[in-house]
Structure formats: C-alpha cells, structure tokens
Design a protein around this ligand. Structure first.
Ligand SMILES: C[S@@+](CC[C@H](N)C(=O)[O-])C[C@H]1O[C@@H](n2cnc3c(N)ncnc32)[C@H](O)[C@@H]1O
Length: 326
C-alpha cells in the first residue's frame, strides 16, 4: 500500500470501526495516519492493516501499556524492528464468542449438528456452554464463566433454552490450538486494548475449551468441506455457520461453498447461518443501515433438495453486542 492509501485506511478505521467504541485504537489510528514516519514504516510491510499494527503493539506493550497518542511515534521508532518482525510473521486472528449471541436466535430446534467454517479456535462451537443476557431474557448455563450481553431490538425469537447440540466440528485454514500459549497470547493481543470484558470472556472461553476442546480441523472451507460434511450424523439437523470468514474468500469460492451446501441438501436438509459484512452473501440484500458504523448481516439460508431459500434475519454489531431483528 502506498502512503496515501495507508493514511486513508487508518483514518477510515478510526472513524468507522473505533469511534465511540475503542478510544485507544481510535486515537492511535489517527496518530498513525497523521505521522509521516509511522506511515513510511507501514509502507515497508507486506500487510499494513490497522488491526495487525495495534495487535503487534499490544503484544509488546500489553493492553495496559499501550502508548498514548503523542507517544506513538517514539514507541514505533524505538521498537520498529520488533513490530516489523511481528507484522511480517503474524496475521490477525480472532475468535469472538460474542457472535454466538447473534447466532442463537437463528438456530433451528435441536438436536443439532454444528459445523463451523473459519472456526479459529472453535470457541463459537461451544455456544451451548455460555450464559446469554439479552436484557429481557437470560438464557443458557447460569454457572458458565462466559457471559455474553447483547442488546436486542425488534422481534428476535429468543429461545427459552439453547438447542441441544449432539455433534460439533470446525474447519479453519489456520486453526488456533487452545493449548498453544503463544497462539492464545496472540489471539488475546488481537482484542482491542480497551475491551477488557471481551478479553476476560475470551480468556474464560479458552480456559473452558482447554478442558474440553472442540475439534477444529485444518482445511479450506471449500476443498475440505465435503469430507467433513460426510462425518455429520444423520439424526440431527445440520447447521453450517460462519462469522467474519467469507469476507476473506474470493467471490467464486463463496459460490463454490454455497454450491456444496446445495448439493449436500439433495441427501439432507441444510441450514446455513452467515454473520458477515453487507455484500459478502449477495443474496442477502442489505437494508438501509442507520449510520456509517460497520454492521454485519445475519442470514439464514435453508437448502432443501438442492434449492435455497434465503432470509435476512437481523443486523448485528460485528462483535455481537447489539442485534436488530428485522
Ligand atoms: C476473522 S476470523 C473469524 C473467526 C471466527 N469465525 C469468529 O467469528 O471469531 C476468520 C477466520 O477464517 C479463517 N479462514 C479464512 N479463510 C479461510 C478458508 N478459505 N478456509 C477456512 N478458514 C478460513 C481464518 O483462518 C480465521 O480463523
């Protein structure tokens, strides 16, 4: 990326993703965009994405030691080699359990077989082990160490209980091993520094997964999907889901993914839940969104005998803190 594009990207990231939500990243993104030396440093890197830069800073400084806006140029100058090494060797990785609150009202009744693509550490596959607070309704295990709060607007069909899950498995191009300390430290560094609650619940979910890890195989969501689909037991409703994943996949691969689900539905019904940015699943037409802030669309597509029926169910905060049912 050239310097003009980098500065624009950082400004847009600040305004669109961080404003009013992540003040530290907001300040740092604007500081980076306005500092020629930092922009020059970023232009030398293969990936200059703001999330990667701030995760690298957080890995070095810790969430409580993030530099202030005015101190960023000196921090980058002092630790340029370490930052560059991290940004060359790592890519941002997330596993946002908050998205389970968005998926929960869209689940069909159990028993369910859950298959997640782009599952990361597989933490969202544990959605029946969390506690959900939707304001008007508390759902799930009251003793769970993972509490998810989601503000709901509109007629969301909140279930009285989490559907029974009888089988679960994930697939990821770069799965995160919950027993690998370096990998989980990086996963935590990718949570925005101000988001202490998100970090705490991610730590709790990792701890939970360490005791009973979900199975996440290494593989591609198109090439390796048929083999995993073949393992799904027949006596459960199959739900294939993903959040913040298809956005990283080319349009023809997204179509190939959907075609596999359509083909699978010739022998069994498939429910496909997608929680992605607008436009990623083109069959889900985005409503006029109220502001410039990034929102995800929750879609449910039912495949039966090779045919699909798409429903746009809700607009959701990318981290699952708000859900507007349509
Ligand atoms: C932003 S993370 C989201 C992780 C998780 N779905 C969540 O909501 O927290 C995107 C994930 O998709 C995975 N991914 C990207 N392209 C993939 C592909 N072609 N096949 C399988 N996984 C892929 C990445 O490795 C990464 O773990």
């Amino acid at each position: 990326m050239d310097s003009t594009l980098i500065a624009q990207t950082y400004r847009r990231f600040a305004e669109r993703e961080c404003k009013g939500y992540a003040p530290t990243d907001y300040d740092l993104a604007l500081a980076a965009a306005g500092d020629d030396d930092i922009v020059a440093f970023l232009t030398q890197l293969p990936v200059a994405q703001p999330n990667l830069f701030f995760a690298a800073i957080q890995l070095l400084a810790g969430p409580d030691g993030m530099p202030a806006r005015a101190a960023l140029p000196a921090f980058v100058a002092r630790r340029a080699d370490e930052l560059a090494a991290i940004m060359r060797s790592r890519r941002t990785q997330t596993n946002e359990v908050g998205r389970c609150a968005v998926l929960l009202p869209a689940l069909p009744p159990g028993p369910l077989a859950l298959l997640e693509v782009g599952a990361s550490a597989g933490l969202c596959l544990l959605l029946d082990r969390f506690r959900y607070d939707f304001g008007s309704a508390l759902i799930g295990d009251p003793s769970s160490p993972v509490h998810l709060r989601c503000a709901v607007a509109g007629p969301a069909p909140l279930p009285p209980v989490v559907p029974r899950i009888v089988w679960r498995a994930g697939l990821d191009a770069r799965p995160v091993d919950v027993h690998d300390d370096d990998a989980t430290r990086w996963l935590l560094a990718c949570v925005w520094a101000d988001h202490r609650d998100r970090r705490r619940r991610l730590e709790a979910a990792i701890e939970m997964a360490r005791k009973n890890p979900p199975v996440v195989g290494k593989g591609d969501l198109v090439d390796d999907l048929p083999a995993l689909l073949a393992e799904v037991p027949d006596d459960a409703q199959l739900v294939v889901f993903h959040s913040a994943v298809l956005t990283y996949v080319a349009a023809d691969r997204r179509q190939a993914f959907a075609a596999i689900l359509a083909e699978t539905s010739r022998r069994r019904d498939v429910v496909w839940l997608s929680d992605e940015a607008p436009g990623v699943v083109p069959e889900l037409t985005a409503p006029a969104l109220p502001s410039d802030e990034l929102r995800f669309l929750l879609g449910r597509t039912r495949f039966t005998s090779g045919r699909r029926r798409d429903e746009l169910l809700a607009v959701a905060h990318p981290h699952g803190t708000e859900l507007t049912w349509l």
